[in-house]
Design a protein around this ligand. Structure first.
Ligand code: BEZ
Length: 332
């Protein structure tokens, strides 16, 4: 029976093709399985490139037993949908923003504390700290195996009109990720946060459905948002964490030795990617400065009292925020 199932697809092949196909088939490891990794970033984005490089290294290190197909640009759905699919085991791996976690448990929102990290090095240190480890270890509550914390570039602001001071952000429809801590930051500034997934952003900004966006320099350059920009605000006001995860269900089905390989490759390659973000931000900022769109700096004081109000509110909502603030304080 099994033999028939295996040989039937080859019956229509010509003899030369048949022997080649059988040779290839025989070369596949007996337990080879193809896994899928979903993420919302487009192919040129560093997350997608890193995912491809992780998949290649894992395929080689496990001699083809763990083949991971990378599905970028939200092909497997938005992050809410991907999380559901990870929980049922319909997909196997993902690189996710922390949005879906933060919306379920406020503690996962602490990395979005405004100005918690002075730069990408401080951000990297926090993502390797004790709070980060506790949160990664707690992902079994979401039906996931946490593999690594990564990040994108520091959050910046792109507006369609000219902006020179924070008061001009009032009333603007600002694209955010569907994520309470980001949205609260904008509500505090008197703007109208407009949650929108990344793949929908270019058209929405170009068509004037939103007046501004919270984004990073990498996306602003790669996706061409700058072409419709009146001002780029180099604010570096938030970290933007990424969680590399596996479906807990599917994870249990991977051979123990292969799991160790997969975990090690994800941890090492994601850490290397995090360490590159200072350079990625700087390169893309330099490119944006060449476009002729005004680029203005903005620090914590530029945003006024709303940042302090954000902390007062979120210290009550997320008990781990105080611990993260202590870690950040120790870095100064
Ligand atoms: C965003 O939605 O802004 C975003 C998502 C993933 C990576 C970078 C940015």
């Amino acid at each position: 029976m099994i033999r028939n199932d295996l040989t039937e697809p080859f019956m229509s092949l010509r003899p030369a093709a048949l022997s080649l196909s059988l040779a290839l088939f025989a070369a596949l490891p007996a337990t080879a399985e193809q896994y899928r990794l979903g993420l919302i970033t487009p192919p040129p984005h560093k997350w997608t490139q890193t995912a491809g490089s992780i998949a290649a290294e894992i395929a080689e290190a496990t001699e083809g037993r763990v083949e991971i197909l990378v599905m970028p640009s939200g092909q497997l759905g938005n992050e809410a949908r991907m999380l559901q699919q990870l929980q049922t085991g319909a997909i196997d791996f993902a690189m996710l923003t922390a949005a879906e976690f933060a919306n379920r448990d406020a503690n996962y929102g602490v990395f979005y504390a405004p100005f918690i990290a002075a730069d990408t090095q401080a951000a990297a240190a926090l993502l390797r700290g004790e709070v980060a480890q506790e949160l990664l270890g707690g992902m079994d509550l979401f039906g996931l195996q946490g593999l690594a914390w990564g990040m994108a570039g520091m959050r910046q602001i792109v507006t369609s009109g000219e902006v020179t001071e924070a008061a001009q952000l009032k009333g603007l429809r600002v694209r955010t990720v569907p994520l309470a801590p980001e949205m609260d930051f904008w509500t505090g500034l008197g703007a109208a946060p407009t949650p929108m997934p990344l793949p929908a952003l270019y058209d929405a900004f170009a068509n004037g459905q939103v007046d501004a966006m919270q984004i990073d320099h990498e996306g602003t350059w790669n996706s061409g948002y700058w072409k419709h920009a009146g001002t780029i605000i180099d604010s570096r006001h938030m970290i933007f964490p990424m969680a590399a995860v596996a479906s807990a269900r599917k994870w249990q089905g991977i051979d123990v030795a292969d799991r160790a390989v997969v975990a090690e490759v994800f941890a090492r390659q994601v850490a290397a990617m995090v360490d590159l973000y200072g350079e990625i931000d700087a390169i893309n900022l330099a490119r944006l400065e060449e476009t002729g769109v005004p680029v203005i700096p903005a620090d914590r004081a530029w945003f006024g009292a709303s940042v302090d109000s954000w902390y007062e509110d979120w210290r009550n909502r997320a008990p781990l925020l105080a611990a993260l603030e202590a870690e950040a304080g120790a870095l100064e």
